[in-house]
Write a protein that binds this ligand. Structure first.
Ligand SMILES: Cc1cc2nc3c(=O)[nH]c(=O)nc-3n(C[C@H](O)[C@H](O)[C@H](O)COP(=O)(O)OP(=O)(O)OC[C@H]3O[C@@H](n4cnc5c(N)ncnc54)[C@H](O)[C@@H]3O)c2cc1C
Ligand code: FES
Length: 253
């Protein structure tokens, strides 16, 4: 993990109220593995005081990109960053997806909304490991689909404006129940309700599954104890240090 003042290259719209932001960091670009995140201090002063966690969305050479929804003060400040300004970046943090394991042949990516953020790096790592990739991508509507850098995308929207009309888990269920993929393993990221549905699906069909959680955090590296995740075997893990990626059987969502 490093802490670095990184120069912003700029941002561009990626969907309704969704932006990507690029900055330069050869070290973070080189070190990051799929599923890891950065804790970013967006303002120079006290507002906002706390860092904000973001998945690493894409890397290209020395350039690192995040993708974000403008939600509150932190993401609004990120959106105002101009090329040449700096952000204070801590990372890469957390446990990555278990991609290089021999226990599966097809990586089934299931992403809801901005849960797509870790999927481009997951796609790249899966391909580099010689695995097949299929991506189930769900969004509220056609305007909020972020599908760059993905492979074999099957879309769903809540309002039916693009792709399957319904939830991304219902869409994934159709293919997984038909056993369309050789030795699948699910990698999922999205809202908690979606991850609960993914957990039920994985259990029912007996498919290995890892989920990446996106709950509230503060320090981002195990000091403040502010990000507990309940463990199935009793006790708690820390989302930032022991996750954000967990085997679904280990945790209670
Ligand atoms: C490991 C990890 C990776 C993440 N990756 C991304 C990413 O790639 N892209 C992205 O857009 N977001 C991501 N998030 C969520 C992101 O950190 C929050 O959206 C961000 O902190 C919001 O900051 P803000 O200052 O704009 O909003 P705040 O002012 O902090 O919050 C505004 C409102 O949004 C609510 N809120 C804050 N965070 C979340 C959240 N995580 N989920 C739901 N509601 C929330 C708050 O409760 C509050 O009501 C990630 C979170 C984690 C833990
Ligand atoms: S955010 Fe501080 S321990 Fe996890």
């Amino acid at each position: 993990m490093i802490q670095e003042l990184c120069v912003v290259l700029g941002h561009r719209p990626a969907g309704e109220n969704i932006f990507t932001l690029g900055f330069t960091s050869p070290a973070i670009a080189r070190m990051t593995r799929a599923g890891q995140f950065l804790n970013i201090k967006v303002g120079g002063g006290a507002d906002p005081l706390l860092r904000r966690p973001f998945s690493v969305y894409h890397t290209d050479g020395a350039v690192v990109e995040i993708v974000f929804n403008v939600i509150g003060r932190g993401t609004a400040a990120l959106c105002r960053k101009q090329p040449g300004e700096t952000i204070d970046v801590l990372g890469p943090l957390g446990v990555p997806f278990g991609i290089e394991t021999p226990d599966f042949e097809t990586g089934v990516l299931v992403a809801g909304g901005l849960g797509v953020a870790p999927m481009p790096l997951a796609t790249r790592a899966l391909r580099a490991s010689g695995k097949q990739v299929v991506t189930f991508l769900g969004a509220h509507n056609a305007g909020s689909i972020v599908a760059a850098h993905l492979l074999n995308v099957r879309l769903s929207t809540d309002d039916g404006s693009s792709g399957f009309h319904g939830t991304v888990v219902d869409l994934a269920r159709q293919s997984l129940a038909r056993r369309e993929f050789r030795r699948p393993k699910i990698f999922a990221c999205g809202p908690t309700a979606m991850l609960r549905a993914v957990a039920r699906l994985a259990e029912e069909l007996e498919i290995a599954c890892e989920v990446s959680l996106e709950g509230p955090m503060a320090c981002g590296f195990g000091i403040c104890q502010g990000c507990p995740v309940e463990l199935a075997g009793g006790g708690y893990a820390l989302m930032c240090k022991d996750g954000p990626v967990f085997d679904i059987r280990r945790i209670i969502l």
